[in-house]
Design a protein around this ligand. Structure first.
Ligand code: TXA
Ligand code: MG
Length: 351
């Protein structure tokens, strides 16, 4: 199959909507990452997503909607008051909510679960595509399973060339990390995957918000996470990655020490540092995490994609504080580092 990459003209979006209605797959931009979409009400179309991604069959998908009335077909009961205020505050945007599912939703979408994840994206191209298709669109991130999520059309092409007919190129994604996934089936909203909408922001509108403790640690052997996707290993660079948190000057010293030791042993080390800290590393090999957490969020998946080409066998990265958007960054970086995190203020013990 030939994969076309086209800009989001109205003609292209109509063609894409036609693909979706006829059971084909289309990759499209959202404000978080690129999605690989199919008609969420067509079980056979949804199965093609799992095939194209090489995705394990027990990992459920998110249904994307453009208008609130599209929720009716997807969920079983009226959303809770907390869910309603969260929709008001954060939709359209980078928040996915989990509800008990209606009988209309094919079990392929939810991987057999009796709950469904729903998100209303804010990206105008995603919204127009859903509107033209006239159905909710089931879409995981448009990467091959195990690879970092794509934040540019080029990343989608790297992973999906020959597997899908069309990639809509909407440029770089504004958030750069996948949406926050919040389970709304319990008493309080519970963040299963941190993202662009922070737990602090959710608590501010919903009264409270729990963060699942699986977010910042590796899963134990045989553990069954609430969000099935959390059990799969996310793409880690071939080189061993270690994160360093704590006061900035000590982090810099600790990284320099480890870098120099690696070099002395004949290894090829690489440092990932915030733009402002780069001069402090002198002549050592450094790539920039950008200027501030928002830019770091936008860059991190592209950096992880490129890491192998940079030919490093040990990587040392500055960490950020695991709160606000930093929690989402540390969840993704932490998993890429197998949660190998050194706190330089606590005597440098590795967790
Ligand atoms: O930003 C995003 O969320 C992107 C864009 C395309 O919208 N999509 C995305 O989808 O990241 P995906 O499939 O890569 O991640 C969805 C996550 C997975 O970890 C999955 O296990 C979880 O949401 N999930 C989906 N349905 C669920 C459910 N019913 N219960 C618990 N977790 C669920
Ligand atoms: Mg994904």
């Amino acid at each position: 199959m030939y994969t076309r990459v086209l800009p989001p003209s109205e003609g292209t979006l109509r063609q894409a909507a036609e693909y979706i209605r006829s059971g084909e797959l289309v990759a499209f931009p959202t404000e978080t990452v690129y999605g690989l979409g199919a008609n969420a009400l067509d079980g056979n179309a949804v199965l093609r997503i799992f095939e194209a991604k090489g995705r394990p069959g027990d990992n459920p998908l998110i249904a994307h909607i453009a208008t609130i009335d599209q929720l009716d077909d997807l969920i079983l009961a009226e959303p809770s008051p907390a869910a309603k205020v969260m929709m008001e505050a954060f939709w359209p945007g980078p928040l996915t909510m989990i509800f008990p599912k209606s009988a209309y939703v094919p079990s392929e979408v939810t991987a057999g679960l009796d709950t469904i994840a729903v998100r209303m994206p804010s990206h105008p191209v995603a919204r127009r595509l859903i509107e033209l298709a006239g159905v909710p669109i089931a879409a995981p991130s448009a990467n091959r399973s195990g690879r970092p999520s794509p934040t540019a059309a080029q990343h989608v092409l790297e992973d999906m060339d020959g597997r899908i007919p069309l990639i809509i190129d909407g440029g770089a994604c504004a958030v750069g990390l996948e949406s926050t996934v919040a389970d709304m089936t319990g008493e309080v909203p519970r963040v299963l995957r941190p993202g662009g909408v922070t737990a602090e922001q959710i608590a501010a509108v919903a009264g409270s918000c729990a963060v699942d403790d699986s977010v910042m640690r590796p899963l134990k052997a045989g553990e069954k996470p609430r969000s099935p996707g959390m059990k799969y290993r996310h793409y880690a660079p071939k080189g061993e990655l270690t994160l360093f948190g704590g006061s900035a000057s000590r982090v810099c010293c600790a990284i320099c020490e480890r870098y120099d030791a690696a070099l002395a042993q004949g290894a090829r080390p690489l440092i990932l540092a915030m733009e402002a800290n780069i001069p402090a590393y002198g002549k050592r090999r450094v790539v920039s995490l950008g200027d501030g957490e928002e830019e770091m969020a936008r860059r991190i998946f592209a950096l992880l994609r490129d890491a192998d080409a940079l030919n490093a066998d040990v990587l040392f990265s500055e960490a950020v504080e695991a709160s606000g958007l930093g929690l989402a960054i540390m969840n993704r970086l932490g998993r890429a580092a197998a949660f190998h995190i050194v706190n330089v203020d606590e005597g440098g013990d590795e967790a």
